[in-house]
Design a protein around this ligand. Structure first.
Ligand code: PEP
Ligand code: MG
Length: 592
């Protein structure tokens, strides 16, 4: 039966495909595709795990039988019988094999997919006794997963684990799958999303997340349709359901009728035509009707994204989010050489155009590692905690490694070094003195390094209210509206429950933005916006009207923003922007 789930539209376009549900098991499970010649190995791994768990249960049964009648635990014996029966269940085994052979899933993924199918059947059973067997099945599968992962289990000896990517991560696919697939998950970490970047999925949906959560940002950078904050989508949608993801409206249509399918097929083709039309603007300079040249820069997450940046006609990188180099590595941070190579690749990739490298910004919704050490949940309030420059200054040795790597890469091309989340004069002083120290260390090693221009991100209201301090110490400013909005309005950007309060045109936000832009321009210093607002075409005219001349966004948005710029007259927009600034309800004027 067809139904629709509502969420937040975060990445435009339409995707139509079969649902791949990444079940949230209590054990972190690796999700990756296997080649046809690996099917037998995967099936054999399952068989071995099943046998190991069976043997262990039989051993426990035997030791129970050896106890005297007073200690016999009849309920436990009965339960073990049920577990043995479930382990041998044909539907489980046959279903798992089918996921491996037909969908190329690795053994663990196939097992959790089939677990979910069978659990749903249990849930629908009338008989309460049978319904309760669901948790038995979950326990049995969990034991098998532990055995397959090589995790010591109280009941079964571990088998050697299969070589696999880190748990929870979707790895590059087998290329010959011709069925379009869409990924549905409760949540995906930004690090998972990066892996997902190289995979086959045509779109994705998550139950949680806000519009400017980092998961959504990475989806946008991949330029594939995505909906986040779709509450219970991962429960409502079943494995293999046909699903339409409408990334423009924030809708997920499950099991659509032929009429709806045809309508969305048409929309999808229209979107492709529009993209094709926009691609013709690539070499057109971004100049307004009244002759102002606007700088369009790219936000990137990995050095290789420079290719997409150039392809979209970016005139430089305005934000390289280096934290993605630090994530999902089990706490083992990249050393100076690895970072230097990565920054150098980005510089080389941009072929002489400037690259703005932001010092690492982990914390809040960008944890270093999923499941390793403290997770975001362990912090009282991660968004207000040790993130970005606070994290770097808390570990100067680690920060110096990054600073030296950036300075060395600057010998190969123009680099701007951007510092996130600054708020205090003391943080500025410590940062500048560490940069000096990094230079001294390189001098002592007689290592070559280059000049960098220094920039401060304005993303904490305290910084936005003390702009002269930043202008005194830095060469340029970059306004991080994602965080500036989050902290000004006191709403968590990753929490879908308060997503309706995330308002880029709230008068308080607009006043901070306008005053930062004006003060920087008056001081003759560069100022750009690198938050998602810069790539939102409904905001382009307002930002131009407020005096912004430099925008940094994901490459996928550059051409659409350029189209807006080509149609704009900054003189007229400046007058209109002042009326928006003075309005009680600026949103009402935005449609004018
Ligand atoms: C911002 O806060 O606007 C920004 C660009 O940084 P990030 O989204 O990585 O926090
Ligand atoms: Mg930020």
């Amino acid at each position: 039966m067809s139904f629709t789930v509502h969420g937040l539209a975060v990445s435009r376009g339409i995707a139509i495909g079969r649902a791949v549900i990444v079940a949230s098991s209590r054990i972190d499970v690796a999700h990756y595709f296997v080649k046809a010649d690996q099917f037998d190995t995967e099936i054999e791994r399952l068989r071995l795990a099943r046998n190991a768990v069976t043997e262990e249960i039989v051993r426990v049964q035997q030791s129970l039988a050896e106890l005297g009648p007073n200690d016999a635990h009849p309920e436990l014996a009965a339960l073990l019988d049920v577990h043995l029966m479930l382990l041998q269940d044909e539907q489980l085994t046959a279903g798992v094999k089918q996921w491996i052979v037909e969908r190329h899933y690795n053994a663990e993924w196939a097992l959790t997919s089939q677990l979910e199918v069978v659990c749903r059947q249990f849930e629908e059973m009338e008989d309460p006794y049978l319904r309760e067997r669901k948790s038995d099945l979950e326990q049995v599968v969990e034991r098998m997963l532990r055995v397959m992962r090589g995790v010591a289990s109280p009941v079964a000896p571990p088998l050697p684990p299969a070589p696999a990517p880190s748990p929870g991560i979707v790895a590059p696919p087998e290329p010959d799958l011709d069925i379009p697939l869409v990924l549905i998950a409760h949540d995906l970490s930004p690090a998972d999303m990066l892996q997902f970047k190289q995979s086959v999925f045509a779109g994705f949906v998550t139950d949680v997340g806000g519009k400017t959560s980092h998961t959504a940002i990475v989806a946008r950078s991949m330029d594939i349709p995505a909906v986040v904050g779709a509450r219970s989508a991962s429960h409502l949608v079943k494995q293999d359901d046909w699903v339409i993801i409408d990334g423009d409206a924030g809708l997920v249509v499950v099991d659509p009728s032929p009429v709806v399918l045809a309508e969305y097929g048409y929309k999808q083709r229209q979107g492709e035509i529009e993209r094709e039309r926009l691609s013709r603007l690539k070499n057109t300079p971004a100049v307004t009707l009244d002759g102002h040249r606007i700088e369009l820069l790219a936000n990137i997450e990995q050095p290789d994204d420079a290719v997409a940046a150039l392809k979209a006609g970016a005139v430089g990188v305005g934000l390289f989010r280096t934290e993605f180099l630090f994530m999902g590595r089990d706490g083992k941070l990249p050393d100076e050489e690895e970072q230097y190579q990565a920054y150098r690749r980005a510089v080389d990739g941009m072929q002489g155009l400037p690259v703005t490298i932001r010092s690492v910004d982990v914390g809040a919704d960008k944890p270093l590692d999923r499941g390793a050490g403290r997770s975001a949940d362990d912090y009282l309030n991660p968004a207000l905690g040790l993130r970005a420059i606070r994290w770097s200054l808390a570990d100067p040795a680690m920060f110096l490694v990054q600073l030296r790597a950036v300075l060395r890469a600057a010998a190969h091309g123009p680099i701007n070094l951007l510092i996130p989340m600054l708020a205090h004069a003391s943080e500025i002083r410590q940062t500048l003195s560490l940069i000096d120290k990094a230079r001294e260390q390189l001098d002592a090693r007689a290592q070559v390094y280059g000049p960098v221009r220094l920039g401060a991100m304005i993303e904490v209201p305290a910084a936005a209210l003390t702009i002269p301090l930043f202008l005194r110490h830095f060469d340029f400013l970059s306004i991080g509206t994602n965080d500036l909005i989050q902290y000004t309005l006191a709403i968590d950007r990753a929490d879908e429950a308060v997503a309706h309060l995330y308002d880029p045109v709230h008068p308080a936000v607009l006043h901070l933005l306008a005053s930062c832009i004006t003060q920087a321009r008056d001081a003759g210093k560069g100022v750009s916006v690198c938050g998602e607002m810069a790539g939102d075409i409904s905001m382009t005219r307002l930002l131009l009207g407020l005096g912004l001349r430099s925008f940094s966004m994901h490459p996928s948005q550059i051409l659409a923003v350029k189209q807006q710029i080509l149609r704009s007259d900054t003189g007229k927009l400046a007058t209109w922007a002042q009326s928006v600034l003075a309005a009680e309800d600026p949103a009402a004027l935005m449609a004018d």
